[in-house]
Design a binder for this molecule. Sequence first.
Ligand SMILES: *[C@@H]1O[C@H](CO)[C@@H](O)[C@H](O)[C@H]1NC(C)=O
Ligand SMILES: *[C@@H]1O[C@H](CO)[C@@H](O)[C@H](O)[C@H]1NC(C)=O
Length: 924
Amino acid sequence: MTLVLIVALLALGLSGHSVVFVPIGGGASTHVGITRTALLQEVTETCQAVAVAAGHDFKPTGSSPEELVQACLGPTATGEVSGAKFHSALQEIYTHSGLVDRDFVNSAPHHFNSEAFLEGRRLITEGVLAIKANIRYQNFKAARETLGRVLHTLQDFYIHSNWVELGYTEPYINLIRPDLPLDNLADVDTATCSDCSRGTCPNPILPNILKEKKLTSGYMGIFSAAKPKGKCSHGGAGDLTGTAVPRGGISKDECRSDNVALHNAAVNAATAASLQLLQDIRFAAGDKDFLRMMGIARSSVVCFVIDTTGSMRDDINEVQAVLHKLIDSKKGTQDEPSEYILVPFNDPEFGPMIRTTDADIMKREISKLTAKGGADPPEMCLSGLQLALTGAPASSHIYVFTDATAKDIELKDTIVALIRTSKSTVTFFITRVLKRRRRSLRAGSFEDYKELALASGGQAIQVSKGQLPQATDIILDTSTSALVTVLQRARNPGKQETFTFMLDESLTYITIYITGTSISFTLTNPAGVSQSHNEASGKLGTIKTAGNLNRIRLNADSQTGAWQIKFNSNHPYTLKVTGQSIITFIYDFVERFEGPHPGYAVLSGRPQAGQPATLMISLIGRKGPSSVSVGAVSLVTVSGPETESHGTATDMGNGDILVTVDAVPEGEFVVSLNGTDKVSNNVFQRQSTTQMSVSKVNIKAVVDSSAEPGKAFELPFSVKTQGSGGKYSITAKNDRDIHMSYPESLTLTAGKYANANLTIKPPASTPSGTAVTLTLEAKSASGVDSNYVVLRISVVTKITDFVPPLCEVVSVLADDCPQAVSQCGPFQWEFLANLTDGNGTGIEKITLQQGNGNLTYTSLSAPSVQAHYRASCCSQIVEITAVDKVGNVGKCYHSIERSAGPPALSLSLPLWLCLLLSALVGRP
Ligand SMILES: *[C@@H]1O[C@H](CO)[C@@H](O)[C@H](O)[C@H]1NC(C)=O
Ligand SMILES: *[C@@H]1O[C@H](CO)[C@@H](O)[C@H](O)[C@H]1NC(C)=O
């Protein structure tokens, strides 16, 4: 214990960070710690398996997520691979785990409180099936949200029940195996705890409960002290039942000097259980999709939204040629997009959305597009864009090709809401701009495209057909995962202005985009060397112009330090400075919530006006968060006149920084920050691309379960305003065109929530695993105040098959294997098993998870499948999984090792922190 303590103290002292025990996402640091340990370990194991299968070593240079991603993507990763998406995925899971403490604070099953064991397990089972179904349809975001919630509930079993008091150290596998019974639960009349007058006692469980190994959990009462006679309480400040005899509590959420051993045992069991659950999901999903769910991919997703109406007849061939060339130029290279998405739109049809990771399939789909119909533009552009924004992962790059204004302009607010939540950038390529179009009243204008582009950090590029090939270079520039924005500004009208930006050593492929017509500018490097807009090839870089777009690629050896660009123009212009770098940041606007386990929740809509804005920021460095330090963080308006509000930063540990901005700028703003890269000692500057603004309106809505095909799903929501009350219009849109009913307006009283319901009924034919993205908007009669929420509803068929495929070992022929492992070389062993799925849905896939041998099996459509495995005697373990059609995972495991057993779990981080804490607390 003393040794561990010294090591722990040393580790703390050396890291140079103050340890701040502020819970992120609620639920105390315990849930985040357990979830982080389990996720990082399962990802490491998956990366290892993928590396072994691909025949290369997996050697991360350190344990940070950034280094894990670099090593995971293999030895060919010589270019920049960003860890940002992995960080975002982790953060999303932590946050949704924490939200269980806000949205379900009073629900016993979500926390395994009050002996709600069966109901708690049902949440886990249904959640796991929804996750597997979502992954099948590549709805990774919906899968991560549910995963966060399910992990919280699973972990709470160990933290809130008496499992570890009963002496168990391993996870209770029956919680994730709904085909197995939950045995020996204490019934409601059985007393379980002794009275603890001090409030905290080491182990108040009654001796007979311990002896009979009866399972119980603490009762929790937020509003009432009532509990059945003799029952244990959760305990702690938020629980009123803890003051009723038997007093005290058995919750192990916090580590105190009196509960170190039990807290640690619960954390370790919960970590092992989380790992089991993650492995079950990974085996059902397969390694590749599991890593994609975790945001681990070499490059970004590229998405095309293409107008196929008759007026595009002249342009569509050019668009096809350009995109084919572009796809070919990246095919097989390391920054080939990790996925292509295509959404065609016409009038009145749009879609379907086509997604593929195969470049050839995408080329074929693009070739199939023909321009026809829709003789009377404008067209359904925003409907197509809506599909793309909801289908593509967050932070995707979406390119829209069109020659007409949008007929469905009523979707504009929905599109802005989707841009804000997805943080994707939308760039428009608008061809044939000079042709005059008949304008209908309902249709939008090209200005709308410019506004949407700017709101997302993209551009509206107006080009002729002939200029398209030069303009689309911008697509090549963005297909890397490591794209960062250093500075982005827009001026309308234009004016004489000089912009300064900091270029650091980590940046490569630095590119400046300027849109506008008749723009003159001069670029100057830190040494005072200049290049003007009319020098196509100058001392600083090369300038290419196509339509209203100027693209400046700086020379590879560009100087680091403060650069300037001076504009001299009265015409509107936009400026964007980008590059590739591993050093970046992710952010979310958050709000604090209170309760027994307070924390921070990510805002789905715009932050509230009239109060400080809070953001959670994570810096991503070359060697993890400890290799970068943050300087100034501010909110800056993109469109002039420029206002900047500085925030105050609090280090939350693990690279998370809480920023509070007291005076939020009026209008649309972005997040801008600078800091120091400790590896190179360089100052870097980065900014977010998505614009945000504050609102007086607040909408509360929580999706608490999945919907079923053919059944109405009820979503309660509440709307409040701090502005003037009155009639607020309510608008809801979803990306699947499913009918919804809800009140068209609500009458609000200032400062009070008004409640309502929205009902959505997915058609009976909706495939299980579909995610419906729903945008709900409330707007004041004058249109001045509005806000929105974006929600995801998973449609999952009620499943009755919970039985995993069964594995029966038929024979093991290992007699040839020598006693001494060193002589194993020339010898082989064999393993034969029968796999069946009883009355279940049938086996869908069989995978070799461990072992270097050769696995063959008979037809999967037969009721019984024979699996045959043959391996060198040097490869002593075989693990085979069989997955049925709904994702139940059955396993065969066999080892020919002399003393085989699963590897012990290593000491997890929360354990030593707890030891340290309790030692400090316990000191005289
Ligand atoms: C970051 O920017 C602020 C001004 O916004 C400046 O005062 C500060 O020196 C910069 N920090 C670093 C490390 O350069
Ligand atoms: C919403 O629906 C629920 C359940 O059907 C009902 O109890 C509640 O009163 C409804 N709320 C409103 C504001 O209509």
